[in-house]
Design a protein around this ligand. Sequence first.
Ligand code: GLU
Length: 490
Amino acid sequence: MSKVRTRYAPSPTGKMHVGNLRSALYEFLIAKHAGGDFMLRIEDTDQERFVEGATDIIYRTLESAGLKHDEGPDKDGGFGPYIQSERMKSGIYMEYARKLVERGEAYYCFCDKERLDSLKTEIVEGKEIMMYDKHCLSLSKEEVEANLASGKPFVIRQNIPNEGTTTFHDELYGDISVENAELDDMVLIKSDGYPTYNFANVVDDHTMNITHVVRGNEYLSSAPKYQRLYDAFGWESPVYIHLPLITDENHKKLSKRSGHASFEDLIVQGFLTDAVVNYIALLGWSPEDNREIFTLDELIEEFDYHRISKSPAVFDIVKLKWMNGEYLKAMDFDRFYEMAEPYLRESLTKDFDLKKIAAMVKTRIEIFPDIADHVDFFEAVPEYDVSMYAHKKMKTTPETSLEVLRELLPILEAQEDYSNDALYETLCRYVADKGCKNGYVMWPIRTAVSGKQMTPGGATEIMEVLGKEESLIRIRAAIAKLEADKGSAL
Ligand code: GLU
């Protein structure tokens, strides 16, 4: 068997979509799993769709996702050039198109815009589709030559018979047959001399020895035409894997409007590259067991493309958040702190020990922007209602809380050591003396110093960060608040 060679072949038309990254990832995994080569080819023959800077986004994304290519525009592997506009300069596409013309599998077409506009169109899936009527197929050799000699603009079209069927094979969908009459004589070479994507991908995949092609299933309907090109040249076609659609939670095609359709958007929103890559791997593929967390190396080991599913994959942001949280929990603390620090600084202006706060939130957040909600109370106690002191399970009420806080205030005023351990010991001693449950004391204290139902750490951890002075200010304020409430209830 020949060496597995896959390619990611993006058109530089903008941001890198989740679907694009999935194709790249699967191509990468198929190659690496088999010890093969992963290649990057830039498909820039559609000059109208070209977006400045889009190629840089592709390089940046592949690099940060860890999808190192073995060959590409910046890494010659003997199959270059790797950019289609550069490949074109050698005349390769024209040369192959002419071969097809010689074999009767393609023909020159000189129809002008006016004539093409007058042809019948059909509406297929909401799009207007024009079926070319083979008008120029009937031109004699002499007429064609005369037209060419006079410099008349032309395109070269694929000649697809009106009878018969064409069958191609996809790894997921099996054999698919279509009536030739349904296939349009698509343009192979445009009037500007550039090949269409439809033609260039076939010529390039063959001449670059590509063995497996992974792409979105929007290309499924064109695949029979590609198959006819392979057959016309007498080439073996690569293994085709057309991936299922990625939808949003409402089962609609994932669109820009959903806000998380592009890789860069997700990173800006605070997701980790590793988590995004891991999550995207599971958009259409699953391992034999139900395992979900994989490093890239583990994916390489496990990835079997036969296990890719045909059903649409739902992009579930809740699941991605969960996964991101798992990555944060597992992350080395120093790296976590480095990444969390800007978010902490944005929320906290006072002079706190940010490392301690980071350690508290590490296991509780799912993405970095969650930090703000978890730490806001360090800056100032939010408005809260005294009813927060009532906790059924802890058996507390505003009254019991007031009593506990009043009793604890002098003890905490006398306490010098405001480390978590020392404070915890003090509170436990008080609990033991009182003969009550832990929560009966911890709940009111934590409420007093945070004003929140949920905090990233326990009462004493919070007090350690706040320090003695601020902790006491908050406890005194809580006593006053509870007293005022009691007064107003009378
Ligand atoms: N240039 C095409 C795109 O960006 C590639 C499709 C394919 O992988 O063949 O959609």
